[in-house]
Design a protein around this ligand. Structure first.
Ligand code: SF4
Length: 328
């Protein structure tokens, strides 16, 4: 199997706002993403998980070049995304789509569903006038909606139906890769499962590759082949899904996993509640960035002074913790 997407040492810093009249010390840049690397094989899903402010959405947006990177490299199907000129980049963008958390804000309220689906087909010349109606009906059926929905407006749809339209719009240009940016976070739990099943079915049918961004490990459990956990702009653990759910090696992953409800009450685990909030990415703590909140019993002075590198701690399993061989 070969990687469709390869991300190497991706960095995205935001310059701090200038102080009035240049007085005082210059402010530190906001280090939203700080050296992130991973790859995704064709037809597979990487779950990218972390709290709000961990940098996961910035990773997704920078890969798609919706934001310019500070440094790093992204290869998609052999093409260097950051080196592409506007023409070839536009052509490649069709193959890389995004499904947002809130489809309401990405759908034009004055366009019917049919018009919203027709627009990308027209822009990319993917259908003739005679084919539009059939293509739109086919897309709606593929995402589990009646073709009659083509005449409705976004405000006439439920959250789940709107998200299905968002997915149909992404599919309309026949992509290979989709960044799913918290696509079910705004939906009721029962609807979440339906949309996740739909994404899984579409992946199998169309051999899609997903980067699935979520703020908790429960959501990606049934869809991800591998999981990367982010904290303060860095990946702190990356492993095949089965490995990370069976034995998370980083205390942060452990805490996120402890919040996932267990279907079997006998297997219920003790919830680990982290103290404090995530520090500002403009002023990351010294040593291990997680040390102010880390509940690991072996935490010591070394954690405050020495940054743990992301290293292999088990076959195919990487973690950035000095004591990853002694999981909590
Ligand atoms: Fe906790 Fe130390 Fe491991 Fe960081 S290196 S996660 S502070 S035990």
């Amino acid at each position: 199997m070969s990687a469709l997407l390869e991300v190497r040492d991706l960095v995205k810093h935001y310059a701090a706002e200038r102080r009035w009249f240049g007085l005082g010390r210059p402010r530190a840049p906001l280090r939203a993403v700080d050296g992130v690397s991973f790859s995704i094989d064709a037809g597979r899903t990487l779950g990218l998980v972390g709290e709000s402010g961990s940098g996961k959405t910035t990773v997704g947006r920078t890969i798609l070049r919706l934001q310019e990177p500070t440094a790093g490299r992204v290869m998609f199907a052999g093409a260097d995304i950051f080196a592409l000129k506007p023409g070839p980049l536009r052509a490649l963008r069709r193959r890389m789509q995004v499904v947002f958390q809130d489809p309401y804000s990405s759908l034009n309220p004055r366009m019917t569903v049919g018009q919203a689906l027709r627009e990308p087909l027209e822009i990319h010349g993917l259908a003739t006038s005679a084919q539009f109606a059939g293509r739109i009906a086919g897309l709606l059926e593929e995402v589990g909606l009646d073709p009659a929905f083509a005449s409705r407006y976004p405000h006439e749809l439920s959250g789940g139906q709107r998200q299905r339209v968002g997915i149909a719009r992404a599919l309309s240009v026949e992509p290979q890769f989709i960044v799913c940016d918290e696509p079910v976070s705004a939906l009721d739990v029962s609807v979440q499962a339906q949309v996740l099943n739909l994404l899984a079915d579409l992946q199998a049918r169309r051999r899609l590759t997903y980067l699935f961004i979520a703020h908790d490990l429960a959501v990606v459990r049934h869809i991800a082949d591998a999981v990367a956990v982010m904290y303060l702009g860095r990946i702190v653990e990356r492993a095949p899904a089965a490995s990370i759910y069976a034995l998370p090696r980083h205390p942060y992953s452990r805490a996120l996993l402890s919040a996932v409800p267990e279907p079997d009450p006998r297997a219920a685990k003790q919830r680990i509640v982290l103290s404090g909030d995530m520090p500002s990415p403009a002023h990351p703590p010294s040593g291990c960035p997680f040390h102010p909140r880390c509940p690991h019993p072996m935490k010591n002075e070394r954690c405050v002074t020495e940054a743990p590198p992301l290293r292999t701690v088990a076959p195919d399993h990487l973690a950035a913790c000095h004591y990853a061989e002694h999981p909590m």
